[in-house]
Design a protein around this ligand. Structure first.
Ligand SMILES: Nc1ncnc2c1ncn2[C@@H]1O[C@H](COP(=O)(O)OP(=O)(O)OP(=O)(O)O)[C@@H](O)[C@H]1O
Ligand SMILES: [Mg+2]
Length: 240
């Protein structure tokens, strides 16, 4: 039997000398899951995602990605399974041009330059960035940076896609386009942290909600989105 795509067991995470930000976090994600990671500002979404990819190590508890325990020595292996989009796209884009940003990962994994470049140009074109390929990220708008960062992640064809606030700074038409791209992606699992609840409703179907450092809800997303009272209690009031 194949292992679950993501298993988190009894995770506790605290920043140095502080009260834990995350406690008693346990969940399992299976192939096909599309997860909305929700919770108010500061509830620990980014911290949890950074634990999943081994950027942060929990004080207690354990994480497995496709059966591989996430530990310092397994990180290169774990990261071949995961594409991670930082909350701040600037953390993703560090090469002189965005074309090089998008070819960087595949080139690192031994893909021939011509093939990596061809694929990168296609990805950039899909996000309206073909004319910007030779610009550096800091010459792009915030929304364009966000799209370029997603292109760089998708270039790696990850099995598990984890995105932290991917729609930040995007106009409605690009948000819709991103939803359509994500919807069609042949990935095993998608986890998206976002405050954009309506958009999450289009691309994900299971909600994990962080509240008070714990998983307060692990349920179908769509009934939850209809339940204004529960959302209010969770610190996610419907926009006014
Ligand atoms: N480097 C750090 N050192 C100490 N505390 C931190 C650090 N980074 C985050 N925190 C704290 O950890 C808590 C969780 O932060 P985190 O960024 O995970 O929240 P979030 O749910 O992603 O919030 P947002 O919706 O604003 O992105 C917050 O209280 C935050 O202040
Ligand atoms: Mg965050």
């Amino acid at each position: 039997m194949l292992p679950s795509a993501v298993v988190v067991k009894d995770l506790v995470y605290a920043y140095s000398n502080q009260e834990p930000v995350l406690q008693d976090i346990s969940f399992t994600l299976e192939v096909g899951d599309r997860i909305a990671l929700m919770g108010p500002t500061g509830s620990g979404k980014s911290t949890l995602l950074e634990n999943l990819i081994g950027l942060k190590q929990p004080q207690t508890g354990k994480i497995w990605i496709n059966g591989i325990p996430v530990e310092p020595k397994t990180l290169p292996q774990v990261r071949r399974h995961i594409g991670f989009g930082f909350q701040d796209a600037n953390d993703q884009l560090f090469m002189p041009t965005i074309l090089e940003d998008v070819t960087f990962g595949p080139r690192n994994y031994g893909v021939a330059p011509a093939i990596a470049i061809d694929k990168a140009r296609h990805l950039l074109a899909n996000f309206g960035l073909e004319a910007y390929a030779n610009r550096s990220a800091h010459e792009l708008s915030g929304g364009q940076r966000r799209l370029a960062a997603l292109a760089a992640i998708l270039a790696l064809e990850p099995a598990i896609l984890i995105l932290d606030e991917p729609t930040n700074g995007l106009d409605p038409s690009w948000r819709r386009h991103m939803a359509e791209v994500l919807f069609k992606l042949p990935v095993e699992v998608i986890v998206i942290a976002s405050h954009d609840l309506h958009w999450l409703g289009k691309v994900t179907q299971r909600a994990l909600v962080l509240s008070g450092g714990r998983i307060a809800i692990d349920s179908d997303l769509h009934p939850l989105l209809q339940d204004a009272d529960t959302l209010e209690v969770l610190g996610l009031p419907v926009d006014w």
